[in-house]
Design a protein around this ligand. Structure first.
Ligand code: SIN
Ligand code: CO
Length: 388
């Protein structure tokens, strides 16, 4: 599946719209077929380990209920929407919806939320902190999107529902199957279903400085890193002991900055942090750990390996100068874990990180290397890759 950006190139999209302006592309996907049916989505919302909610607004009374749901009959025929998080972890066809967006790095992409809305259903006008592409599946919806506006009032019509006051639209259109809407962070938007409507939201991650600092602090504590203390060995006598001087503020700031001074520590933290998923993965952990000989046997029988849907993999390859100094500077991050990759294993690590199906033809040359064998065995025994 490819996005038909019409006369816009990916480069122009990034330069003109990405994080700047909303955009609606009519007919971005030709002959779009829903990769999931409404009743399959409802089935996911019945599972305890899947995050789902129903937002309803009959007679303008907003209500939010959280899954799992046993049945949906109480909601009637209109004015509600079911939202299910990380549906790409469970339906391959939904995960495939991410493919057209690979002109943006994998680590930026979070997951695919799917909603089913009855006529009148929606979550009301609101802001999101992240970029989102919304694909219109079956049905129609009226979407309005505005520009950032500091004068909008924050509303809380229900304790679990943040909304904003009404906004001026820069986009006000009816979306039909295959249309694509891009909404940058902090742009007010509101989608109201016209008929039963399925929407796919490809959500992006943009960690805040607060989140990164708190994640790094946890990482340092867990790994006993950056335990350096404030150093004032060059202190001079003070006549103003009540003061915190600018010199001391500089020294304290340096203590903080040391946490960010080692690119390897920061890189390891970022790789682990950005590959940690926040929704359940359908891990297929073998009952008994598989040996490399057994894995090779199955591959030779023609079976293929697939990564678990939704698993996050990032490859960081060392810059030339780093690579000469230490060829372990290539690192593969999978699901919050780091694997050192030497230059000999780099192609194999790229294969894993690209998350393609792996059959014997693709793997053959790589499996002569002991380190590759160990890496493959590890990811299979953790349930991160499995035979179809
Ligand atoms: C949706 O209802 O499908 C998307 C909700 C949103 O705008 O975040
Ligand atoms: Co939104």
């Amino acid at each position: 599946m490819k996005i038909n950006f019409k006369d816009l190139t990916n480069e122009q999209f990034l330069a003109e719209y990405w994080q700047k302006k909303p955009l609606l592309i009519k007919g971005a996907f030709e002959q779009f077929n829903d990769p999931i049916e409404a009743d399959e989505l409802a089935g996911l919302a019945m599972e305890e380990f899947i995050e789902s909610r129903i937002v309803s607004n009959p007679n303008k009374q907003w209500d939010v209920k959280h899954g799992p749901f046993a049945d949906f009959s109480e909601f009637g025929e209109s004015d509600w929407t079911l939202l299910v998080q990380a549906v790409n972890h469970w339906f391959k066809g939904v995960d495939d919806l991410i493919e057209p967006f690979r002109f943006i790095p994998n680590w930026r992409i979070d997951d695919v939320m799917v909603s089913f809305s009855t006529p009148g259903g929606g979550v009301g006008p609101h802001l999101d902190q992240y970029d989102v592409f919304i694909i219109q599946g079956s049905g129609k919806r009226r979407w309005r999107v505005g520009a950032p506006d500091a004068s909008l009032a924050e509303l809380l019509p229900h304790e679990d529902l943040k909304q904003v006051s009404d906004f001026n639209s820069v986009i006000d259109e009816i979306t039909e199957p295959g249309d694509l809407l891009y909404i940058p962070p902090n742009h007010p938007h509101d989608g109201i279903a016209i008929d039963n409507s399925i929407n796919y939201s490809i959500g992006f991650l943009a960690p805040s400085s607060q989140e990164l600092l708190s994640g790094l602090a946890d990482y340092n504590l867990d790994n006993n890193l950056n335990a350096n203390r404030f150093d004032d060995s060059q202190r001079q006598v003070t006549n103003t002991p009540e003061q915190l001087t600018s010199t001391d503020i500089d020294l304290l700031t340096k203590t903080l900055q040391q946490s960010l001074s080692d690119p390897k520590v920061v890189g390891d933290f970022l790789g682990k942090y950005l590959t940690t998923v926040h929704h359940t993965l359908n891990l297929l952990i073998p009952v008994e750990p598989l040996t490399i000989d057994f894995i090779k046997e199955i591959l030779n029988d023609g079976e293929e390996l697939e990564p678990v849907l939704g698993v996050k993999c990032i490859l960081h390859t060392a810059q030339d100068d780093e690579a000469v100094l230490d060829n372990k500077n290539n690192r593969l991050f999978i699901n919050g874990e780091v694997f050192a990759v030497d230059n000999e294993s780099l192609d194999f690590a790229k294969l894993l990180a690209s998350k393609n199906t792996l059959g014997i033809n693709v793997l053959k040359t790589h499996l002569d290397c002991l380190k590759n064998q160990q890496l493959l065995t590890t990811v299979i025994n953790k349930g991160l890759w499995s035979f179809e």
